[in-house]
Write a protein that binds this ligand. Structure first.
Ligand code: HEC
Length: 156
């Protein structure tokens, strides 16, 4: 008796987890299309702004984000995030953004920064990382970027 109720409990937990995952996947599918053409001036993405960062900015997340940043982003954005990486000098505008200035051309919320990293900035050297990083890894990078710049927007 007891073990069968445990099985029911386990099955319902699996069902909830599956449901949560599919909702999250749908949410991503909706955001998969970046708005085109992509505005060159500062702007925001209302749908992306509503996304909540599911990963707490705990030291482990920030450290994981830094490791990813150092290996995949610093070549353009610079080791300190100033937009002065080795590749930046030979690049046509727009140049890699200064990620420490608290100015976010594509929106200042965690959700907008996440979406920009995932989808990239169309027509620029900033390519989307959707195929190269897992969702949680991108959030870790967002949490790390938050330590470089003061939040310009009280997003959480
Ligand atoms: C090949 C060079 C290159 C690499 C590598 C690169 N970026 Fe970028 N990034 C750019 C450029 C260029 C822009 C400016 C795009 C624009 O103006 O729309 C940009 C813009 C951004 C922005 C938008 C800043 C704002 O003001 O809204 C963020 C955030 C960002 N990059 C994060 C990252 C992260 C995180 C990585 C690594 C996972 C990364 N970038 C890797 C070139 C690069």
């Amino acid at each position: 008796m007891r073990s069968s109720s445990r099985v029911v409990w386990l099955a319902s937990m699996v069902a909830v987890a599956t449901w949560t995952f599919s909702v999250a996947a749908q949410d991503h599918a909706q955001h998969a299309q970046p708005s085109t053409p992509h505005a060159a001036a500062g702007h925001s993405h209302a749908d992306a702004a509503k996304m909540k960062n599911p990963v707490k900015p705990a030291p482990a997340s920030v450290a994981a984000g830094k490791t990813l940043y150092d290996t995949q982003c610093a070549s353009c954005h610079g080791t300190a995030g100033k937009g002065d990486g080795k590749m930046a000098a030979m690049m046509n505008p727009p140049k890699p953004s200064d990620l420490t200035d608290g100015t976010w051309k594509h929106g200042a919320t965690d959700g907008e920064i996440f979406t920009l990293i995932r989808d990239g900035s169309k027509g620029t050297a900033m390519r989307g990382y959707a195929a190269r990083m897992q969702t949680e890894q991108i959030w870790n990078v967002v949490n790390y970027l938050r330590t470089l710049a003061p939040p310009a927007h009280p997003s959480r």
